[in-house]
Design a protein around this ligand. Structure first.
Ligand code: PMP
Length: 363
């Protein structure tokens, strides 16, 4: 036996299992397992990426200054208060490493994004899940779960995998109820898809508080998951802490160049949003007509209830047999559900047709 022992907490981590990307012995018709942008990357981002090839011997801009400026311009934010990372996953990880340690607690909502608990265990902290209400984050339950050991509260808004969201007023209520020495991370990976009037991505709260950050990603509406690019907007003090902790060249050169081009291709982002605005409600309605239980979602995916674990597994196998890859979410404590990304018209229609045959076969 090895004499090496990892730090406490690490062996409690169940490794993150990403959505499947292929089906053994079958052609994939649609990969709908990772909430990736339905329309793929912007053609302008692809062009910029290709052009970057001749520069690959150069280190990237360690300060991501052009990218931060482009994000600032696009979202109306001060670039000095933006930090970029290799996916929002890296930003979330750095925040936990900066503000949480052994003996501390990181609080999140039941069915919240899996990486919150993994990040907490990775630094020897204790992940604490507050019970959800109707599958969504319950502000009262979160506030009731705060202890003197709580250092970070992670709120995915909208939440993956449930597609639920917390209203602007409720986010404020959560913040108002937290001690000032607790960091509130608003993980707004799917913000660009939300069209609710009572939703706010977190920008306004960040501007008013010292203990709030908002994280965002290029992996969803911008279709650049493969390049790993995310960012956060936060108070100057937290930006300073992040600049001390992060790796010097944490955002690769291709990601920086393609990210800027993706931001500038507003027509492509609009088309991606429109695709979701049309096909998310369509798919949800069709699944309801089939007697299934899709949760109301504001993201680019829908969590579908099948009534039992066995039926969800059977539906998973059925879809896979038709070349369609959904996401099993038993790891989130949702064994009776499947999560399905909203794809293109052809893809969502293939899902509907496949599940219609599944239901007709009395599965
Ligand atoms: N937050 C949420 C809620 C997510 O669903 C994801 C991706 N699955 C992430 C963060 C991380 O995204 P990325 O690292 O690709 O930016």
């Amino acid at each position: 036996m090895s004499a090496l022992t990892p730090r406490p907490g690490i062996m409690k981590i169940a490794p993150y299992v990403p959505g499947k990307d292929s089906i053994d012995g079958k052609e994939t018709i649609a990969k709908l397992s990772s909430n990736e942008g339905a329309l793929g990357p912007s053609p302008k981002a692809m062009e910029a990426y290709a052009k970057a090839a001749s520069e690959l011997h150069r280190y990237p801009d360690g300060d991501t200054s052009k990218l931060r400026k482009a994000i600032g311009r696009h979202y109306g934010l001060d670039p000095a208060r933006i930090v970029c990372g290799a996916g929002s996953d890296e930003i979330l990880n750095l925040l936990v490493r900066a503000y949480c340690g052994p003996g501390d607690e990181l609080l999140y909502s039941q069915y919240g994004f899996l990486m919150y608990a993994i990040n907490a265990l990775g630094v020897g902290a204790t992940p604490v899940a507050a019970p959800a209400k109707d599958y969504g984050s319950d502000i009262d339950a979160l506030l009731a779960a705060v202890t003197e050991r709580t250092r970070i509260v992670c709120l995915a808004n909208p939440n993956n995998p449930t597609g639920t969201y917390v209203t602007k007023d409720d986010v404020r209520r959560l913040h108002a109820g937290l001690p000032k020495n607790v960091l509130l991370i608003i993980d707004a990976a799917y913000a660009e898809y939300v069209s609710k009037n009572d939703y706010e991505s977190g920008v306004e709260l960040v501007d008013q508080a010292e203990n709030v950050v908002m994280t965002r990603t290029f992996s969803k509406i911008y279709g650049l998951g493969g390049l790993r690019l995310g960012w956060m907007y936060g108070p100057a003090g937290i930006v300073d802490v992040m600049s001390r902790l992060r790796q010097p060249f944490n955002v690769n050169l291709a990601a920086q160049i393609a990210g800027i081009a993706a931001l500038e291709d507003i027509a492509h982002t609009d088309a991606s949003r429109t695709n979701n605005d049309i096909w998310l409600p369509w798919l949800s309605d069709e699944l309801k007509k089939l007697g299934l239980a899709p949760l109301p979602s504001v993201g680019n995916f829908v969590l579908v209830g099948f009534g039992s674990k066995e039926r969800a597994m059977a539906a998973n196998d059925w879809l896979m047999n038709d070349g369609l890859i959904p996401r099993l979410v038993a790891g989130y404590g949702l064994p009776e559900h499947l999560r399905i990304t909203v794809g293109t018209e052809t893809e969502v229609k293939a899902v509907q047709a496949s599940l219609a045959r599944f239901v007709a076969a009395k599965k």
